[in-house]
Write a protein of this length. Structure first.
Length: 1020
């Protein structure tokens, strides 16, 4: 009974506890729901539902497949994963987005901190959410590659026969057939003046001169215009003009962009390479290959390295943290892929980083296959010889000139040297070598990582110029490596001496060094971090191993107690023997061996490596000693070989063995005038060996790490490792197995240009379309960087196919295609409009007349300089001009992403942050204001006026005509003559009446007015 009563009490207690807990939980839930209604729902409604709700889906505005208008949708998340984790705000993706930590939401602007704190509190409360509703269906798009390959631009090139017709030019027959179907009539031909000006601006980007206008007008032959086209295609100005179009799609600039926008001083070589390649009419498939893998195809070629600058021409942050380095690396690869895709294939590859392409048959895994092909590609600077053929020619000639000197030395050593040395050693060779403490080592080879080294008489090694930090260079011993910011010397000596005990390093000041030295750093000092000495037998057949000598520092002539000589042999790269320039004296250091170096039978090779922080020693001499404990600086210096000879003579009955005679001549030279004359002739010749004119080039270098599939494109959400591959939709049949054995970028370049099994057909279509676009203002496909499902369809598909096929038939050369286009009647039409045609085809898509278009910004500036008579066309290539007052063509002006030239920006020069397939052309008041007020425009108007000013020999009428011909490539009408004379008369009145000074000013105003007319900046 008692147990029953106790059980009843227990049950009552449990019931009460459950009731209380339920009450507390209910109260907490009510509080949470209240918090949601007051703090969370209003924010979601105001900032999120427009893009992340069922209504957004209905209105086709849904973003990232994310629904935030239901509790289930909030938990499920979208493309980037679950939106929140209940109770864990720190791990919830929505908090990352609200804090603008990689995901920036809402895009209109970051929410106030108190609102962000409310979301964190709500999630930590368990994210109570009363909203009902099932998840909206998210249809998964399955990409059907077989169907995708049927898209017009992804198919193999077809052989298209031009339509029948009377026109001799195949292009005209395609255009006329399409126009006839629309009942369009082609316009009449342009005048010769119009056609000449059009051709000049189209091909070289400059106006014709009056002399060129007259020559064309006088040539009445049927092939007159063809001659002009041929001349312009052969002009070096052609490459300068058409390179600008390619540099747009290559997003070329000479700085890294972003906040830091660091300058890339060696990036201009890529621009110069593009100009050269176009002028040489490099086949387009080779043009593409060189930009994708030139540095791999031709590893030590300067031009090939310049071409590969295409891949790394994009923006790159200058300030990187450990937290962002991996994300930025994937962003850089993404930039490369977007540029390759847009410029070469007309595809939006960037859309595939996070998921399958929304519209095109481009697979997520294909994106990462391409990314893996670029995985080991990073940006950097290399130092290479820009003209190795010329260098080799000079070296060959130098070697030819050396042979007689070397022969003379050998003959002297055999015939004269033994007698002269025998006489000298009897009378002059000191009998007591113990009296001399140090024997100077004569270097056999000298080399450095960042420096040029040479040796001077007396055993001195001299630094003779440096290579910039971060460069790549080919070291003399053939090992290619990245040059660090710190230098490293490699010195080799030979000796026959035995029982070496110590080495001495003398560091000399010199007026040629910074602050007189002895170091090469800006302050004249140096910091020796490590010293290593190794030895091996001179006899190449010896099996004795290389030995590293153990060193202990004795003392230095001058040393800082906090940074002593001992730091150079402590095995710690972080420490150094620091020599400052304050003493401005020679310095020296003695290093004693842990135990004497006995030496090898047949001689010993000594290799010394000195590692420096920054740069090294400017003038260095190495000596050795056989004396134990050399602790003073006393004693004389003599060449090492004097006492080595003593041992050699003693071992060979006082005769010099023939194999040693040439070396003996060099050793003996300081002691005998006749010997010295022969030796110095050869030595002087060797010192004057031509040095390659090495230059830095910003390009690709080996580096980077493996690429992994990123789920939703997030660096922190990696999948398996990606392997190099291609876009399946553009690949037909089995790729050659050899491709698997190639460097991934070479294989990519081969696939890109492969007409049978790779992307070659699309590559040809895209480039043929670009040529057409830059002759007519619009491409046959108007979305020139998008040949996918979202791009516009071609207006003349068969013509585009024919042009692409012609391109490949002509060996991928561009100039023949230019010529075919420009010799067509379609190209040579006038710009005159037609009311009936305008109703049918208001956008002139079917090319029933020539479409007037404004000059690109760079051409406007070039034209201004040309009419002013001071455009510099002689100085091609080289470092970019940093001042827009330069008289070089605009393509040679420096392009800094954060400091675009105002004149260029005003006339729609694009920001080089991504591949630009088509420039926009705006019409805004600031353009007219720039032409009226720009100092450049005014200056060129003054120069034009000075060139053609009226004079007693040049009537005003002739001066006006000359101005029109220079500015517009035509003569003025009678009405224009009259109006301009009236205009100048009105200007003189405003200025106070006619007098010589006012006459000149009025004529300048007339010239300035011409430059401000639309006709000056438009091609018709």
């Amino acid at each position: 009974m008692r147990n029953f009563i106790m059980l009843r009490y227990a049950l009552v207690g449990i019931t009460l506890c459950l009731s209380v807990n339920h009450s507390i939980a209910q109260e907490a839930n009510d509080e949470g729901l209240k918090f949601f209604e007051q703090k969370i729902r209003p924010v979601l409604n105001q900032h999120c539902y427009s893009c992340h709700s069922k209504d957004a889906q209905t209105n086709k505005k849904l973003k990232a497949e994310l629904f935030l208008d239901t509790a289930k949708g909030m938990l499920a998340g979208g493309e980037t994963g679950p939106t929140l984790i209940k109770g864990q705000s720190a791990k919830s993706l929505i908090m990352k987005a609200l804090k603008y930590d990689g995901l920036d939401m809402p895009p209109s602007g970051k929410l106030p901190e108190n609102v962000i704190a409310d979301f964190a509190k709500w999630i930590d409360m368990g994210a109570p959410d009363p909203r009902q509703g099932e998840l909206a269906a998210k249809p998964k798009r399955e990409i059907n590659l077989a169907e995708g390959k049927q898209w017009w631009s992804f198919q193999p090139l077809k052989e298209i026969a031009p339509p029948n017709g009377a026109a001799s030019n195949s292009i005209d027959r395609f255009i006329q057939q399409a126009g006839a179907g629309k009942k369009l009539q082609l316009s009449k031909p342009a005048t010769k003046e119009q056609l000449l000006r059009r051709a000049y601006y189209d091909l070289i980007g400059l106006p014709p001169t009056p002399e060129q206008i007259d020559a064309f007008a006088k040539d009445t032959s049927a092939g007159a215009f063809e001659k002009v086209v041929d001349e312009l295609l052969a002009s070096p100005r052609y490459g300068e003009k058409w390179a600008r179009h390619w540099l747009d799609v290559a997003r070329y600039a000479e700085s890294g962009g972003y906040e830091f926008d660091g300058f890339r001083p060696a990036a201009y070589h890529y621009r110069d390479w593009v100009i050269r390649a176009l002028n040489e009419d490099m086949p387009y498939n080779q043009f593409v290959k060189m930009q994708l893998a030139g540095d791999k195809l031709h590893p030590d070629d300067f031009q090939a390295a310049s071409a590969a600058g295409f891949l790394v021409a994009g923006p790159y942050p200058g300030q990187i943290t450990a937290k962002t380095v991996e994300r930025i690396r994937y962003d850089q690869i993404d930039d490369m892929l977007m540029t390759v895709g847009g410029s070469m294939l007309g595809l939006t590859l960037g859309c595939v980083r996070c998921h399958e392409h929304k519209y095109d048959p481009l697979l997520h895994k294909d994106y990462y296959a391409l990314a893996a092909s670029l995985a080991k590609t990073v940006h950097g600077t290399r130092v290479l010889d820009p003209d190795p053929i010329a260098t080799k020619t000079k070296l060959d000639k130098h070697q030819q000139d050396r042979e007689p000197l070397a022969t003379a030395l050998r003959k002297f050593a055999n015939d004269e040297l033994p007698k002269r040395f025998e006489a000298w050693q009897k009378s002059e060779l000191p009998k007591q070598p113990e009296a001399t403490r140090w024997q100077i080592l004569e270097p056999v080879t000298v080399d450095a990582e960042r420096s040029y080294l040479k040796w001077l008489p007396g055993g001195i090694v001299a630094q003779d110029g440096t290579i910039s930090p971060g460069a790549m260079k080919q070291r003399g011993r053939g090992a290619k490596k990245a040059t660090p910011a710190n230098d490293e010397y490699h010195l080799t000596f030979n000796t026959y001496q035995k029982n070496l005990s110590s080495f001495r390093f003398d560091c000399f000041t010199d007026k040629a060094l910074p602050q007189r030295g002895p170091g090469v750093n800006a302050d004249g000092g140096f910091q020796l971090t490590e010293l290593k000495i190794t030895t091996k037998p001179l006899d190449a057949k010896s099996k004795e191993p290389v030995q590293e000598l153990k060193l202990k520092a004795v003392f230095a002539a001058f040393e800082d107690k906090d940074q002593p000589l001992a730091n150079a042999v402590d095995g710690k790269p972080a420490t150094a023997w620091v020599v400052k320039t304050t003493a401005k004296k020679d310095n020296a250091a003695i290093f004693e061996l842990d135990k004497p170096l006995v030496g090898f039978v047949g001689g010993t090779e000594i290799q010394i490596t000195l590692q420096f922080r920054e740069l090294g020693i400017g003038r260095l001499r190495v000596a050795m000693s056989t004396e134990p404990n050399p602790t003073t600086w006393a004693g004389d210096f003599v060449p090492q070989h004097v006492y080595e000879l003593r041992g050699i003579l003693a071992a060979n009955n006082n005769k010099v063995p023939e194999p040693l005679r040439e070396n003996l001549a060099r050793w003996f030279a300081p002691f005998d005038e006749a010997t010295n004359k022969v030796v110095q002739a050869l030595r002087s010749h060797d010192i004057a060996t031509p040095r390659p004119p090495l230059k830095e080039v910003y390009t690709t270098i080996d580096g980077g790490q493996d690429v992994f599939y990123l789920r939703r494109g997030e660096v922190d959400n990696k999948g398996e490792k990606a392997t190099p591959g291609y876009l399946q939709v553009l690949t037909r049949g089995e790729l050659p197995k050899a491709a698997e054995q190639k460097d991934p970028r070479i294989a990519l370049a081969d696939w890109m240009t492969d007409l049978e099994q790779g992307a070659g057909p699309l590559l040809a279509r895209v480039m043929a379309n670009r040529l057409w676009q830059n002759h007519f203002g619009n491409g046959i496909v108007r979305t020139s960087n998008d040949f996918g499902f979202q791009g516009e369809r071609p207006t003349h598909p068969e013509l585009l196919e024919w042009l692409a096929k012609e391109l490949t038939k002509n060996g991928w050369k561009l100039k023949p295609l230019h010529k075919q286009i420009m010799l067509s009647a379609t190209y040579q039409q006038s710009h005159e409009s037609n009311a009936e045609n305008s109703k049918i085809d208001p956008e002139n898509r079917y090319l029933w007349h020539y479409q007037p278009r404004r000059l690109d910004a760079e051409l406007i500036r070039d034209a201004l300089l040309a009419v002013g008579g001071n455009l510099d066309t002689k100085n091609m290539y080289g470092p970019s001009a940093t001042n827009d007052n330069s008289q070089q063509r605009s393509i040679y002006l420096r392009v800094k992403r954060s400091e675009l030239i105002p004149l260029m920006s005003t006339f729609d020069a694009p920001e080089p942050t991504q591949s630009i397939g088509e420039r926009i052309s705006t019409t805004v008041p600031t353009q007219a204001l720039v032409m009226l007020n720009s100092p450049l425009v005014r200056q060129q108007a003054e120069k034009l006026a000075k060139r053609i000013a009226p004079s007693p020999e040049t009537p005003m009428k002739d001066a006006i005509q000359a101005a029109y011909r220079i500015a517009f490539a035509r003569s003025p009408s009678d009405n224009e003559q009259e109006e301009m004379q009236k205009f100048m008369e009105s200007q003189r009145k405003i200025m106070g009446g006619a007098n010589p000074a006012n006459n000149d000013k009025a004529f300048i105003e007339f010239c300035h007015t011409l430059l401000c007319l639309n006709e000056f900046v438009y091609i018709d």
